[in-house]
Design a protein around this ligand. Structure first.
Ligand SMILES: [Cu+2]
Length: 165
């Protein structure tokens, strides 16, 4: 009877010496990883659900799609869920306008988005634009900001990469 137990756990624990004490310990050793794995699985599923909801209620590129190969002129269409588009200067809560950062990353919440040839404001409430980009890979970040051009942060942004022919 002792030999049967010993064989069962020795398959995965070959270094544990044979004996009554080791056999008694082994079921606990073997059982421990299973609940831990399930815990990780539940946490991972929870995170996935949260990020899916965030994407559905956030800012996104309608086109081009992430990883797309495009040619000039590049037609870019902006999407937004859960916020209302308003002209620059409108300070009503839950409103703002789009900003397109060319080869730029999302901006921290509250920071004023600069106005440059690589940081474009759509303060009239536009939801699309046409760009001419140098050939090669480019990162495009759509950043939603309030009426005073302050960033709503990474949660109201999307960054994609496009390959310009
Ligand atoms: Cu702006």
């Amino acid at each position: 009877m002792l030999r049967v137990c010993s064989k069962a756990w020795s398959l995965s624990q070959p270094s544990i010496p044979h004996g009554a004490a080791a056999t008694a310990d082994s079921p606990a050793v073997l059982a421990a990883p299973a609940p831990a794995d399930r815990g990780v699985g539940v946490r991972a599923a929870g995170l996935l659900a949260v990020s899916t909801v965030a994407q559905a209620e956030g800012v996104f590129f309608v086109e081009p799609k992430d990883g797309a190969t495009v040619s000039n002129p590049v037609h870019v269409v902006f999407g937004i869920e859960g916020m209302t588009i308003a002209r620059a200067g409108t300070m009503t809560e839950g409103t703002g306008h789009h900003h397109l950062l060319i080869d730029g990353a999302p901006m921290p919440k509250g920071e004023v988005i600069p106005a440059t040839d690589k940081s474009l404001h759509f303060g009239k409430g536009q939801t699309e634009t046409i760009l001419t980009l140098p050939p090669g890979d480019h990162m495009l970040t759509l950043q939603f900001g309030n009426g005073a051009h302050r960033s709503y942060g990474a949660e109201l942004s999307q960054t994609i990469t496009v390959h310009v022919q």
